[in-house]
Ligand binder design. Structure first.
Ligand code: GAP
Length: 498
C-alpha cells in the first residue's frame, strides 16, 4: 500500500518523534514540537550536515547570527517588497487560502460527455489537484477508461459561481498580495517601538556579516559561511505535516567566489548536495535534481536547481542550490552605504564576490528521511513496521533487553551492558514488555541493533545481537559487544552510503 503522510504523522506521534504544538489547547496550525526521538533525529540530521559542509572541509566558516535584524536588511534583500503570496479570504468561515493553491477541474466522460466540474479544490500543485478531483468525483469507484480530468487555477475561473471556499462554500475575496514575514515590535512601548521582522531566511545574517568574517578570518576566495538556524514565514499551508510550517530550521551555506568562477562552483555544489542525501540512505528512486527553467528563476538568481524528494504527496523541494551572483552583497553595500568588497591581491583590484547558495530545510529533510525509511513487512506471525534509518540518523543505535524482567541478575547485566555501550553511542535499556514487543518497538523507531541478555548469558557470558534490517542474530561475547556493534554500524553505514 502506498505510504501516506497520515501514516508517518501517526507513527511520529505514537513513538514520540513529533507532536502538534500546544496540543493540550487544541493545537496551533502548521506548528510542531519535536519529542524525545524527533529531537534526537533532528540533531543527527544537523550534525551530519555540519560534518559534511564544515568539519570535513577547510573552506567553510561557521556563523550563528541573530534572528532579529535591522529592518533595513529586509528592504535591501527585497523581502519587504517581493516576499509575498496571493491570498483569498472566505467571507463566510474567514479561512484564508493561497490563490495559487485553488483549482477547479472539468470532467469529460469516455464518449466526450461533459460530466461537469469539481471544485474548488485546495492543492499545492496540478497533479495533486487532478488526484483530488478524481477522488471527489468518483469517491473511490473505478474511473471509467477514457475519462478526461482537466484542472485550471480557480483564480482564472471565468464563472463567478466557481469562486467558492473549498471548506464552507462561502464567497471568496479577490486575490491580494500578503507579505510572509512575521512582524514584531522592539521596545517596551508598542507605539514608539521599532518594527522588526523575524527572519524569513538565515542567509541575510551571513551576507550582513560577510565583511566581519572576511577580516577576522583573513580568508581568500573562494570560501563559504555556513549556519543552521530558525526561520519564520507566515505561510498559508495545506496539510503536509512538517513539510511547510510557520517556524522551521534552515541549513544554509553562502559560498563566495570570484566572478567568472561561479558557474563551475555552482555545478560542484549542486552535485555535492544531491550526493549528501544519497549518502544518508535516501534511495535513488526517491531523489532527483531539477534545474529551474529561466522563467522560474528568482530575480537575483542566474541559475538554480532543486533537490527534490518523492514525498507521499508528490515530488517536492528539499533544498535549493542557487547562483545568486553579486546581488546580495551589492544590495547591502548600496543600502548600508558601507563598502562590501574583496581585495584581489593578485590582480590588485577590488571585486564583489559572486555567491553560490545551497539552502536546505532541516524539518523537510527529517520528513524525507522518515518517509524514505518507512516500510511495512508481512511476517509469518503478523506485520512489522521498520524505520530503516541510516545508522548516523537513528536516534538510538542499540537497545538492550533482559529476556526475563523478573530475574534481577539478567536486569542488572542488561543495564550494565547498556551503560557500557553509552560510552560509545546512544544506547537504551528497556524491559517494558515481552521480547517480541520490544523488538517491534525498536524496529519502528529505527534502532539498528537489539541486544538480549538471556539465562545462558549468565554462564557463557554471551548475548544475542539482532539486526534490524535482516532480523538475523549473532551470539557475541559480552566483552566484545561494543566493538561488535561499532563494526556492525560501520558496515551498515558503508552499505547504505553506497
Ligand atoms: N535563502 C534561500 C531560501 O531561503 P527557500 O527555497 O525559500 O530559499 C530554502 O528555502 C529551504 O528552506 C527550502 O528548500 C526548504 O527546505 C526550507 N523551507 C522553506 N520554507 C519552509 C517552510 N515554510 N517550512 C519548512 N521548510 C521550509
Amino acid at each position: 500500500m502506498a505510504l501516506t503522510i497520515d501514516t508517518i504523522t501517526s507513527l511520529c506521534k505514537r513513538r514520540g518523534f513529533i507532536f502538534q504544538s500546544s496540543e493540550i489547547y487544541g493545537g496551533l496550525a502548521s506548528t510542531y514540537d519535536y519529542g524525545p526521538l524527533g529531537a534526537a533525529l533532528k540533531r543527527n540530521v544537523k550534525d551530519a550536515w555540519w560534518r559534511a559542509v564544515v568539519e570535513e572541509r577547510d573552506d567553510v566558516e561557521r556563523l550563528d547570527a541573530a534572528i532579529l535584524m535591522h529592518p533595513r536588511v529586509w528592504e535591501a534583500s527585497g523581502h519587504v517588497e517581493h516576499f509575498t503570496e496571493p491570498l483569498m479570504d472566505c467571507k463566510g468561515c474567514r479561512k484564508r487560502f493561497r490563490a495559487d493553491y485553488l483549482w477547479v477541474a472539468a470532467v469529460t466522460g469516455p464518449e466526450g460527455q461533459n460530466w461537469g466540474e469539481v471544485g474548488p479544490i485546495q492543492a499545492p500543485s496540478l497533479p495533486e489537484a487532478l488526484e483530488s478531483a478524481r477522488e471527489k468525483k468518483f469517491k473511490k469507484k473505478p474511473v471509467p477508461e477514457g475519462t478526461k480530468i482537466e484542472a485550471r487555477p480557480l483564480a482564472e475561473a471565468t464563472d463567478s459561481e466557481n469562486v467558492r471556499c473549498p471548506e464552507c462554500g462561502g464567497a471568496l475575496t479577490e486575490a491580494r498580495e500578503f507579505n510572509l514575514m512575521f512582524r514584531t515590535t522592539l521596545g517596551a512601548v508598542e507605539a514608539s517601538g521599532l518594527e522588526v521582522y523575524l527572519r524569513p531566511e538565515t542567509a541575510q545574517g551571513i551576507f550582513a556579516n560577510f565583511e566581519n568574517v572576511l577580516t577576522t578570518t583573513r580568508r581568500k576566495l573562494p570560501f563559504g559561511i555556513a549556519q543552521i538556524g530558525k526561520s519564520f514565514r507566515n505561510e498559508v499551508t495545506t496539510k503536509s505535516f512538517i513539510f511547510r510550517t510557520l517556524e522551521f530550521e534552515q541549513m544554509e551555506i553562502e559560498y563566495f567566489v570570484m566572478p567568472g568562477e561561479d558557474e563551475a562552483c555552482y555545478e560542484q555544489w549542486r552535485d555535492e548536495r544531491f550526493q549528501w542525501y544519497l549518502s544518508l540512505g535516501v534511495r535513488k528512486e526517491n531523489l532527483r535534481l531539477r534545474d529551474h527553467e529561466p522563467e522560474e528563476l528568482a530575480h537575483y538568481a542566474k541559475r538554480c536547481a532543486d533537490v527534490e524528494f518523492l514525498f507521499p504527496f508528490g515530488w517536492s523541494e528539499l533544498e535549493g542550490i542557487a547562483n545568486r551572483t553579486d546581488y546580495d552583497l551589492r544590495r547591502h553595500a548600496e543600502c548600508s552605504g558601507k563598502r562590501i568588497e574583496y581585495f584581489d591581491q593578485e590582480n590588485d583590484r577590488h571585486v564583489v564576490p559572486y555567491v553560490i547558495e545551497p539552502s536546505g530545510g532541516v524539518d523537510r529533510s527529517v520528513l524525507a528521511f522518515l518517509c524514505n525509511a518507512f516500510r511495512e513487512e508481512q511476517l509469518k506471525n503478523g506485520k512489522r513496521i521498520v524505520l530503516g534509518l541510516h545508522p548516523d540518523l537513528a536516534p538510538i543505535k542499540a537497545a538492550v533487553f533482559p529476556l526475563l524482567r523478573n530475574r534481577p541478575e539478567l536486569v542488572e547485566k542488561a543495564k550494565a551492558i547498556a551503560a557500557d555501550l553509552r560510552r560509545h553511542f546512544p544506547a537504551r535499556y528497556d524491559d517494558t514488555g515481552a521480547i517480541g514487543k520490544l523488538y517491534r518497538r525498536q524496529d519502528e523507531i529505527g534502532t539498528p541493533l537489539a541486544i538480549t541478555v538471556d539465562v545462558d548469558s549468565l554462564s557463557d557470558q554471551r548475548v544475542t545481537v539482532r539486526h534490524r534490517d535482516t532480523m538475523e542474530q549473532d551470539r557475541v561475547s559480552i566483552d566484545q559487544v561494543a566493538v561488535f556493534c561499532k563494526d556492525k554500524l560501520a558496515e551498515m553505514r558503508r552499505e547504505m552510503t553506497g
